[in-house]
Design a protein around this ligand. Structure first.
Ligand code: AMP
Length: 421
């Protein structure tokens, strides 16, 4: 199937070509026709499937006819990064259409946003809080909205945004087209979808499975040895761009600092950063200034960086679905990627769940360098609540000392009884 089948306006076709898309992805194939026909949609699709273009392209087509300088489409996203990414996609795909969009989120001044709104835009991409704020200021009205898109609805719920969403919906005209996208379908989202959607077409794309282009590798490593392993692995030039996930904000920060001190171009992305710092980290990761970005799950939601070669789970995620979200950052669309997961003995249960979800075993690799952690790493592991299995602390080793050191430190989940810990 080709994009020609959708008979988009030449201005939109120019945008598709400029983005370098040659064929629609499965979610685009399935969602674009009903959206073009004006139907409501419930899209079950993970990040990385091309869902942004799946709703943006038909939206642009619709807005090409009809009044200008009125807010006719509202897209609500749970994070600034996702909102920016959608706005960016609209800019690229809609470049030739003459339509304008604005992105609204908090943490930055309202003045410029109000000025652009006053000049008139057709598309608003917004996070719920700032949108409500500006609505209260009467900086915009939603009375002309023809299309509502809720993106990453499950994440809206995670972040406690559903009451805000319901407040926003009350301000929309009853007659409109509504599109809801979510990677998972907790009951709260099902209820919201039932309230919001009229006779929707459901489009489901393997929402529980990571993209098939990703390969999955498991390193079985003690907590105190993870940093040494990470430093060893990222020396590999094949790792051109790595997104590293940690469980806590504190760890994301300290690990990025540690990597930087060790000479790697690394930055961190976690909730305590100012908007300016977050943007700097993201822009730097996107343009290659930083080769490694250490992030928490919440902060990394919605990141759209093409060409992430490796996702590294420094800490095993809390759920199999989080594993899908994380690993969806690599292997986006048709590119291939690798997911490397560091797990210690206590992670065995979660690994089993992830593998059940994947439908296959991850490839086991022995940690090639297993220098016991430094004093700093050891005490960090204790702080993070993993005081067991720690080898005696050592002074930091010089890299020449580490070279050639290859002590097998893997333990096989499911092969060895857990024993006394
Ligand atoms: P999304 O799921 O919307 O975050 O998109 C994931 C990535 O796939 C983004 O980097 C898009 O630019 C890219 N993408 C979307 N549609 C296509 C397509 N038809 N062909 C190739 N890449 C695409």
């Amino acid at each position: 199937m080709s994009f020609k089948n959708f008979q988009f306006h030449p201005a939109i076709t120019a945008g598709i070509t400029a983005c370098g898309y040659t064929a629609p992805t499965p979610i685009q194939k399935n969602a674009i026709p009903p959206i073009l026909a004006g139907r409501d949609i419930l899209g079950l699709a993970q990040t990385g499937t091309g869902k942004t273009a799946a709703f943006t392209l038909p939206l642009l087509q619709r807005l090409l006819t009809g009044p200008r300088r009125k807010v006719r489409a509202l897209i609500v996203a749970p994070t600034r990064e996702l909102a920016e990414q959608i706005h960016d996609n609209i800019g690229r795909m809609g470049k030739e259409t003459g339509l304008s969009s604005i992105v609204l989120y908090g943490g930055v001044g309202k003045g410029p946003q109000m000025k652009t709104l006053a000049a008139g835009v057709e598309i608003v991409v917004a996070c719920p809080g700032r949108l409500l704020d500006l609505l209260q200021d009467k900086a915009l009205t939603l009375k002309d909205v023809e299309v509502l898109v809720l993106d990453e609805a499950d994440h809206m719920f995670d972040k406690g945004f559903l009451p805000d969403i319901r407040r926003i919906i009350k301000l929309l005209p009853a007659k409109r087209q509504s599109l809801v996208f979510s990677a998972t379908m907790p009951k709260e989202i099902r209820h919201l979808a039932e309230e919001l959607l009229v006779n929707p077409a459901t489009v489901q794309i393997d929402h529980n499975l990571p993209a098939p282009t990703i390969s999955h590798v498991l390193f079985q490593v003690a907590t105190a040895e993870k940093t040494s392993l990470l430093k060893h692995l990222v020396q590999d030039p094949e790792i051109t761009s790595a997104l590293v996930f940690t469980r806590t904000k504190h760890k994301a920060k300290s690990l990025a600092v540690h990597l930087e001190k060790a000479g790697f171009r690394a930055a961190c992305l976690q909730g305590n950063l100012s908007q300016q710092k977050r943007q700097q980290a993201l822009d730097g990761f996107r343009d290659g200034t930083f080769r490694i970005l250490v992030a928490t799950d919440i902060a990394a939601r919605g990141i759209d960086v093409l060409g992430i070669s490796h996702v590294i789970n420094y800490d095993v995620p809390d759920t199999a679905e989080t594993y899908t979200h994380r690993t969806g950052r690599t292997g986006r669309a048709t590119r291939s990627g690798q997911a490397l997961t560091f797990a210690d003995r206590e992670d065995g249960k979660m690994i089993a769940l992830i593998e059940r979800n994947l439908g296959r075993r991850m490839e086991r690799e022995k940690a090639p360098v297993c220098a016991p952690g430094t004093e700093e790493e050891r005490s960090e592991a204790v702080r993070e609540g993993s005081p067991r299995h720690l080898p005696a602390a050592r002074k930091p080793r010089s890299s020449s000392n580490q070279k050639g050191r290859s002590r097998a430190c893997a333990f096989d989940f499911g092969m060895r009884k857990s024993g006394r810990r």
